[in-house]
Design a protein around this ligand. Sequence first.
Ligand code: AKG
Length: 295
Amino acid sequence: MNVLKGKVNLSLIQLAGSLPDKLTNLQNAKKLIDKCILQYPKTQVVVLPECFNSPYSVDKFREYSEIISLDEPKSISVHSMSQWAREHKILLIGGSIPELDPVDNKVYNTSIIFSPQGEILGKHRKMHLFDVDIPNGITFKESITLTGGSDITILESKLPSTTTEFKFGVGICYDMRFPELAMISARKGACCMIYPSAFNTVTGPMHWHMLARARSIDNEMYTILCSPARSADPSVYQAYGHSLVCSPKGEILVEAGESQEILNCELDGDVIDTIRMSIPINFQRRFDVYKNVAE
Ligand SMILES: O=C(O)CCC(=O)C(=O)O
């Protein structure tokens, strides 16, 4: 089964940690996207990090939230991303922003995906909220102000200026710890999982690379993690950085350091085919034995 017929040229933008001024965050993102396209003009897909328009702080999410609609003039991040995608004719995985749902009045941590025409192709609401308490490490409770989404997000789009179909799954940060999302996406034909993320300096060194490699090896697919850069201000959330792309064999193909940085990488359908033919775990699964893992 060939899930990707051809190649995808993808760039990740490890943006500087978000500042309190939303407009400054948006201007920085735009500046880096422009730079990315100058540096890597073959880029077809651009990925941004989690919560790139707002400080990563539970007491700020509602204040920075936007209604996800191009009909809502106040949603400046949504309009900006749509314009960036259109201007550069890229498929834009818009990191994530806090989303206000005007119907239930709840706030979600949501990634919006834009077509090269600037239309909203789909969105993923972070399903698994980052609620942890690690002694002498980090305590964080997103669920104080956020609500988890309930949909698995698998999208498909033609790559800009080609006839190549690109099918991909989207999760956000803590979602990557739950292997089911990647497995379901792979079984439905996605060639990669894309996780806009913002790990921290405690769990980043512990698990970031291993989780990327595990999701890739489990499913013989690409795994893409895009983080904000580490902040120079020690009083704010310290993102881990180290954005990366992991191959279907579990090799880290490109990796950022801790500063603001642009990465570029090619995803190749033949690499997926080759590993899946040589180690055919997909066909060797024993769903006759473990039909329902939730039992
Ligand atoms: O899973 C982790 O260790 C970090 C997750 C996280 O930072 C997040 O979901 O925002």
